[in-house]
Ligand binder design. Structure first.
Ligand code: PMP
Ligand code: GLU
Length: 410
């Protein structure tokens, strides 16, 4: 069959592709450690599992409202609000659209805001899917590089310089996947000041990791009332509640025209997110949140461990992630090295030379038996992404293997 130009031009998700490759190698009997996927390894909290049983028994098996159930929209609005105690909530239930994961919320928001030829600013490194979502909407991704030296934080100057008369949107992610950078309130303020001067530029703030933050309460774009009429904030239960497979995420936006348009899109697309999963997500947000603190404390211990171990890996230059669960070492020092004799990578590739992070990643998979994701997938081919959303034992063994494989390079 003929594949449309729109779909033919988008690439497969490299994070999912690497996870699938590692799983296939494992299924074929190889001892591969997967550090590729950003997915909490914890079980879903018990009270959420209980909610699923209740939802099934209560026959929540029919279509629901397109934008989400009133119960989930109401608690999601509270969860997203940035008001101080005593002040009115930033968001109300009517400002929320619930979708099949934050991924769909972002995709729908981009589809709703971006037209043919519209420019969308993507500070890189950035999550693999933004660019492809922009291309699906026939928009043009405009990459603005942030650097290791600058903590991977977008500066107001770089933002200002990237805005043109065609700019319609910027997509920002804090805490960041893949860098682990967290924007402080002052850094968000500085970007907001630039955006105030450009009222035609909308903002999608991807805050899916905002509960997994090691620097205290994470600053949110929701506190910028001057931008609320063109701000879409995305969150969900995947990361904070270890509910990736439930596929529930949402967006919050005060612009009623946007909510109406985006709901219209969703109505033609999915009707509504799974009702049982929406109920489970509602109970997660209504229930005891100490589970988030416990998981975040565990991620922080793992972060400290992996940073310590990474210091012993020759050629790794690391910054301590402030949020999310990814280590993003600069590995430039290893480019130009050669795989050792008998290397499976070299045999497959036809050369033993490693010139960038894609090749290093492949070498670590083939010869080190550890699956990571190349920084190239995120627009930064000098780095490697290692997910530490796994046990301390797995982190130790993976870093031992990585170190050994790198020590073997010539
Ligand atoms: N944004 C970022 C930055 C992510 O890493 C992910 C993880 N897949 C998502 C959005 C989507 O999350 P969800 O599982 O809710 O679709
Ligand atoms: N967000 C996760 C990651 O970056 C899950 C995979 C995906 O949706 O891309 O690994």
């Amino acid at each position: 069959m003929h594949i449309s130009d729109r779909i033919a031009q988008i690439s497969a998700s490299p994070t999912l592709a690497m996870a699938a490759k590692a799983a296939a190698m494992k299924a074929a009997g190889e001892n591969i450690l997967s550090m590729s996927l950003g997915e909490p390894d914890f079980p879903t909290p018990a009270h959420v599992k209980q909610a699923v049983k209740e939802a099934v028994d209560a026959d929540m098996s029919h279509y629901g409202p397109v934008a989400g159930t009133p119960g989930l929209r109401a608690v999601a609005a509270k969860y997203m609000s940035a008001n101080k105690p005593g002040e009115a909530d930033t968001f109300a239930a009517e400002d929320i659209i619930v979708s099949v994961g934050a991924k769909q919320s972002i995709c729908n928001a981009i589809e709703t805001l971006v037209g043919k030829g519209d420019e969308v600013i993507l500070p890189t490194p950035c999550w693999v899917s933004y660019s492809e979502m922009v291309k699906l909407a026939e928009g043009v991704p405009v990459y603005v590089r942030t650097t290791y030296e600058n903590d991977f934080i977008l500066t107001p100057e770089a933002l200002e310089a990237a805005i043109t008369p065609r700019t319609r949107l910027i997509v920002l992610c804090t805490p960041n996947n893949p860098t682990g950078a967290v924007y402080s309130a002052d850094q968000i303020d500085a970007l907001a000041k630039v955006l105030v001067r450009h009222p035609e530029v909308a903002v999608i703030a991807d805050e899916i990791y905002n509960r997994i933050c090691y620097t205290g309460k994470c600053a949110t774009w929701a506190s910028h009332s001057e931008l609320l009429d063109r701000l879409v904030i995305v969150n969900g239960v995947s990361k904070a509640f270890a509910m990736t497979g439930y596929r529930i995420g949402w967006l919050a936006c005060k612009d009623k025209t946007f909510i109406k348009a985006c709901t219209r899109l969703q109505g033609q697309q999915i009707t509504c997110a799974t009702m049982v999963a929406q109920y489970a997500a509602q109970k997660a947000l209504e229930g005891d949140m100490t589970c988030i603190d416990e998981m975040t404390a565990a991620f922080e211990r793992r972060r400290d461990l992996i940073i310590e171990l990474a210091k012993d890996v020759p050629g790794f230059k690391v910054r301590s992630p402030k949020g999310a669960f990814y280590l993003f070492p600069d590995v430039t020092a290893l480019f130009g090295k050669k795989a050792p004799a008998g290397s499976r990578y070299a045999a497959d590739k036809g050369t033993d030379l490693i010139t960038d992070a894609d090749e290093l990643c492949e070498y670590l998979l083939q010869d080190g038996h550890v699956a990571c994701v190349s920084g190239g997938a995120f627009g930064e081919p000098t780095c490697l992404r290692i997910s530490y959303a796994c046990s301390e034992e797995q982190i130790r063994e993976a870093m031992r293997r990585i170190r050994e494989a790198i020590l073997a390079l010539k």
